[in-house]
Write a protein that binds this ligand. Structure first.
Ligand code: GLN
Length: 479
């Protein structure tokens, strides 16, 4: 199938120019054919997709605006009747009894869920190599990582097998793989999108995010899934703006802050060049580029690591073989059953549970966890100050382009540094978006824009304005 925008597919199906079933079959065929190359899907949802597509085709009024639009979903978001594994052996046979709210809302708008994408186990990682299934490969270079943790969703969109995909964000897991695969990736304000049905990792940061091949599709999709959900106590009552409409404006008069000091170190040259050029483009379009200071964001990855491990160790205690998922067999007593079941977690998950238990222990709580919470408040305060002067803050999304598979597996600290520019938005609870901004040695680079809490519309406006001025969003990997 030719690469088409989600909204164009939705319109064509709604106007009966084509059928949801035809779109669905073409998509399933490609997924079937290409999953072995990229390892980007864990489950292709043939039955559910076909049933949904034919229901749309036979409806008197076809739903809008996503009628028949195929959507891929990260495998840590629950889908009724379709296995949801979080890429873990602990949930390898877990079939949820209910749909996440985002799934219900997408289907009500006409979307067809075609499958569940591969990711790092329980969304812990920056490369989609920590999956119990297989490592996801980057379509721009199969020897490289796709980014993580939502790597499979990024690849599904980068290859245009689907126009939209859902991921989850705790420290950059949508924006970073979006940047590394050359697509648009968005993370909302904390509380903007319901996470009922998202498998918990870090409750104070987890959010569902969206991948798309262009800003307008992403904005429209966010408009559909955003908004209060009585089933998620952390979801906000705030009204949802018309995000798709916001993509029509130019960037004239936008004030864009750049934290130069933060970008002084650790940035790959090609990434720096593409980023600087993107600022020139925005400046020529009428935006004002201003220096801002985010002095505490240099502690973002360390602060993030402590908060994440603490909360993950607590959230993952529920996987004990009793209530969910896999139960290890052959245990002689309860203790053994717990430990054999929990032995099924992969290395990275075990590392985080152990370190998290440590930073929460009586003797170390003040030194690590409490301290991290204080730095978290300072990181947020820096943003509040910056947003008194600017509308958005711009940085590269990732300090490097996609690295080689295996390159950082033995070095978790190197792996965590991939989140150097993304984690602060999660710590601060504010929205951010990554848009393609060029290439470095043939590999995609992402421009990240971070905004004020609840002002997603400004981000979509700025990102769409930039996208219109550059050719990068249309680029697809050759293969
Ligand atoms: N790379 C980060 C981590 O490993 C981000 C994960 C995420 O956003 N889910 O924690």
């Amino acid at each position: 199938m030719k690469a088409r925008r989600a909204l164009d597919i939705g319109r064509a199906v709604a106007n009966a120019e084509t059928t949801a079933s035809a779109v669905c079959e073409a998509t399933l065929e490609r997924l079937e054919h290409e999953t072995g190359r990229f390892n980007h899907f864990i489950t292709v949802a043939h039955e559910r997709a076909r049933a949904r597509a034919s229901a749309i085709d036979s409806a008197a009024d076809r739903p809008r605006p996503l009628a028949g639009v195929p959507i891929a979903v990260k495998d840590n978001i629950c889908t009724r009747g379709v296995r949801t594994t979080a890429a873990s052996r602990v949930l390898s046979d877990h079939v949820p009894l209910y749909d996440a709210t985002v799934i219900e809302r997408l289907e009500a708008a006409g979307a067809v869920i075609v499958g569940k994408t591969n990711c790092d186990e329980f969304a812990m990682g920056s490369s989609s190599e920590h999956s119990a299934f297989a490592a996801v490969r980057n379509p721009w270079d199969l020897s490289r990582i796709a980014g993580g943790s939502s790597g499979g969703s990024a690849v599904a969109v980068a290859t245009r097998q689907v126009p939209l995909a859902l991921g989850s964000e705790t420290g950059g897991s949508v924006r970073q793989p979006a940047a590394l695969c050359g697509v648009v990736g968005f993370k909302p304000t904390y509380g903007r999108i319901s996470r009922y049905g998202l498998i918990a990792f870090v409750s104070s940061m987890d959010q569902i995010g969206v991948f798309g091949a262009n800003v307008r599709d992403v904005a429209a999709c966010v408009g559909i899934i955003a908004g209060h959900d009585p089933r998620d106590a952390t979801s906000a009552l705030r009204p949802v703006d018309d995000y798709a409409a916001a993509t029509g404006d130019d960037s004239r008069g936008l004030r864009i802050g750049v934290p130069r000091a933060l970008l002084a170190e650790g940035l790959e040259n090609g990434v720096r060049d593409a980023f600087d050029e993107s600022l020139n483009v925005l400046r020529r379009d009428g935006a004002e580029i201003v220096d801002v200071a985010l002095p505490h964001s240099r502690y973002a990855t360390s602060t993030y690591a402590i908060v994440v491990m603490a909360e993950a160790s607590s959230n993952l205690s529920r996987f004990d073989g009793v209530r969910y998922g896999t139960r290890a067999t052959g245990a002689m007593n309860l203790e053994q059953m717990y430990s054999r079941t929990r032995a099924l977690f992969g290395h990275e998950v075990k590392r985080r549970i152990m370190l998290g238990t440590y930073v929460l222990s009586a003797g170390y709580y003040d030194a690590y966890y409490l301290k991290a919470q204080k730095v978290r408040a300072l990181i947020r305060q820096d943003f509040d100050r910056a947003f008194e002067r600017v509308d958005v803050v711009a940085t590269p999304t990732s300090p490097t382009t996609a690295f080689k598979l295996g390159e950082r597996l033995e070095n978790p600290v190197q792996m965590y540094l991939a989140d150097a520019f993304t984690a602060s938005a999660n710590l601060a609870g504010i929205p951010a978006i990554s848009v393609p901004c060029g290439f470095s040695s043939g590999l995609p680079v992402g421009l990240q824009l971070t905004g004020r809490a609840w002002e997603e519309a400004t981000l979509f406006r700025a990102a769409a304005a930039y996208e219109r001025l550059t050719p990068w969003t249309g680029q697809m990997p050759a293969a």
